[in-house]
Design a protein around this ligand. Structure first.
Ligand SMILES: Cc1cc2nc3c(=O)[nH]c(=O)nc-3n(C[C@H](O)[C@H](O)[C@H](O)COP(=O)(O)OP(=O)(O)OC[C@H]3O[C@@H](n4cnc5c(N)ncnc54)[C@H](O)[C@@H]3O)c2cc1C
Length: 476
């Protein structure tokens, strides 16, 4: 008998799950509250400008290739992925610049200019990570989560120990490089894991390695095109996607999921329900109180969630030729080891690090001829820290525009034709993201693998979670 699955939300997790389930013979229908698929990567338009909302960095395209291939499709029939070079340009607090690139001879030449012994140190680090990828990626990140006891396999532990998983990212990079530019430059992805390098496990040095090894990619047409591609794949495979169909609650009988109760009161029966809506929001809003299990409000408050992001989406009447797609300014404040710098518990109103994506050069479809869009991201406290954004939004926008010349974007203010701004409150309210914590739950040891919320709900039969809060974690 064909079993029917109802999925709440057409974020990347919901779409990928639909593709996999259909390929396994299930019938699938997705119910999405918004008018388009993609969740945090759905994108939007402002007049003639088209913007990605969230993700801009795509690593390991093979994950998408495998997803499509497993469903009997070819990724290249749906979207074209473009490789970037450099991967990311980093500008440091001391004004030095490092282009992270998969062109390793070019990268080592830059390192030699920073310090003559750094190329050899990098070589050592890089070679070690081939083995670390074998030992760390497949058994831990690339396979379903096990029980805590399931991880106590002597052969796996013996293979993992030489990589010192207990070490922090900071200590890991310092051991190899003894240069804080390399330490912070290679560990900046820890922000996306909701953590400071001095608190994040060194297992995540794999992220920097995978970036060197496999590059960074941009979907032609933006990440919104990747979302649309997955949406098309779902319908081509025979799944149904219902847009503007908000779900009010998971329909339960006793401790068994029976389907969905829609905002308009309609009941939709299903053999299983997959919730792709943001975990914290969904636990509070889509489950009856007696079905939340241990995820009470008190428990949610005790869990550690990521930072949020302040965003400027700018449509401008010029192009910044010659500036890379991804650029990151790492301020001196990233080196501070005390609150609020380690936990983003207060707004940095003097010297914040920030990131700018300049997508039009590689992807001119997002702006009129000769014009462009810019995407500016600044890590900020999530809403649990109570920043008054009504009072701060304008001055923060001005501060960030004033700082954009640090990355080569001179006189941006004079060229802005259209703009919109997101704060933690936008992510919380318009994107139903708990606390506006856009990178979801932090990835500390107590919130990793078996200690993250489980994909199969503990308390309710036939209910499953998918997305950034469950194993293996945030990202798309
Ligand atoms: C600013 C920013 C930058 C990022 N950068 C990157 C990056 O460079 N690389 C990367 O890999 N990741 C990045 N991420 C993270 C990435 O976007 C997320 O991890 C990913 O989108 C999470 O996907 P998801 O499937 O969990 O759900 P989401 O994207 O959160 O989608 C959930 C969906 O559920 C829908 N929904 C919610 N409630 C209901 C309801 N009641 N009824 C029906 N539908 C509902 C929502 O409308 C939404 O479509 C970034 C995120 C942000 C915000």
């Amino acid at each position: 008998m064909t079993r029917h699955v109802a999925i709440v939300g057409a974020g990347p997790g919901g779409l990928a799950t639909a593709m996999r389930l259909i390929a396994k013979g299930y019938t699938v229908a997705i119910y999405e509250a918004e008018d388009r698929v993609g969740g945090r990567m759905r994108g939007f338009e402002l007049g003639p400008y088209r913007f990605d909302t969230g993700p801009t960095i795509l690593q390991m395209p093979r994950i998408y290739e495998e997803l499509f291939a497993d469903a009997g499709l070819r990724l290249e029939d749906y979207v074209t992925l473009l490789r970037l070079d450099p991967n990311t340009r980093l500008r440091f607090w001391d004004d030095s610049v490092l282009d992270l690139t998969s062109d390793l001879p070019a990268f080592k030449a830059q390192l030699a200019r920073l310090r003559p012994d750094l190329p050899a140190a990098f070589e050592h680090w890089y070679i070690e990570h081939f083995r670390k990828e074998d030992v760390g990626y497949k058994p831990y990140l690339g396979t379903p989560v096990r029980s805590p006891i399931g991880y106590l396999k002597t052969n796996e532990l013996a293979a993992a120990m030489p990589f010192r998983p207990w070490e922090t990212l900071y200590d890991h990079y310092w051991r190899f490089f003894q240069d804080e530019r390399l330490v912070y430059g290679l560990s900046y992805p820890s922000k996306y894991l909701g953590m400071h390098p001095s608190a994040c496990s060194s297992i995540f040095s794999l992220i920097a390695f995978l970036e060197f090894r496999y590059g960074i990619w941009h979907p032609a047409g933006g990440f919104r095109a990747l979302a649309q591609a997955m949406g098309r794949a779902v319908t081509d495979l025979g799944g149904r996607i219902h847009l503007k169909r908000p779900v009010r609650q998971v329909w339960l009988e006793g401790k068994q999921a029976r389907g969905l109760i829609m905002e308009d009161g309609e009941r939709i029966a299903a053999d299983a329900v997959v919730v792709n809506a943001d975990f914290g929001y969904a636990v509070q809003n889509l489950l009856p109180a007696d079905a939340r299990g241990r995820y009470t409000d008190t428990k949610l408050k005790r869990m550690r969630f990521s930072c949020s992001t302040f965003m400027l989406y700018l449509g401008i009447d010029r192009r910044y030729e010659g500036l890379p797609h991804h650029q990151l300014y790492l301020s001196d404040h990233i080196r501070r080891r005390e609150r609020p710098f380690v936990d983003d518990s207060a707004l940095d109103e003097t010297n914040p690090s920030f990131y700018v994506c300049n997508p039009t050069l590689i992807d001119p479809s997002n702006a009129p001829e000769g014009q462009s869009t810019l995407f500016v991201l600044v890590p900020i406290p999530n809403t649990s820290y109570g920043v008054d954004w009504q009072a701060k939004q304008q001055s923060y926008r001005d501060l960030i525009l004033d700082r954009m010349p640090l990355l080569g974007f001179a006189n941006v203010r004079e060229h802005i034709v259209s703009e919109t701004c997101y704060t933690a409150v936008t992510w919380e309210q318009d994107y139903t993201t708990y606390l506006g914590a856009v990178f979801n739950l932090g990835h500390d040891w107590l919130q990793l693998g078996p200690f993250r919320p489980h994909i199969r709900a503990d308390q309710v039969g036939g209910l499953y979670w998918i997305g950034g809060a469950v194993h293996p974690g945030s990202g798309c």
